[in-house]
Design a protein around this ligand. Structure first.
Ligand code: FES
Length: 82
């Protein structure tokens, strides 16, 4: 989320600034990456329920901590945010 916001990537609104309180940083993680990123913390699924068209590969991008382990991570952005 921080990378998207700092680089003016459209489609990541991040209204709460990463506080897991808005779901406007919703992304779809490409299937082959989904199990390679850190698991969801408590509360993320509840917030994703409020996201626009959540799917099984949905994540809040503010909860994905960037590291060398996920270099090359691919995500898609929903057609709109909640
Ligand atoms: S920025 Fe608000 S939930 Fe991620």
């Amino acid at each position: 989320m921080e990378g998207a916001v700092q680089n003016d990537i459209p489609g990541i609104d991040a209204d709460c600034g990463g506080g897991m309180a808005c779901a406007t940083c919703h992304v779809y993680v490409k299937e082959d990456w989904f199990n390679k990123i850190p698991k969801k913390e408590d509360g993320e699924d509840d917030m994703l329920d409020m996201a626009f068209e959540p799917k099984t590969n949905s994540r809040l991008s503010c909860q994905i901590i960037v590291s060398d382990d996920i270099d090359g991570l691919e995500v898609n952005i929903p057609s709109k945010q909640a």
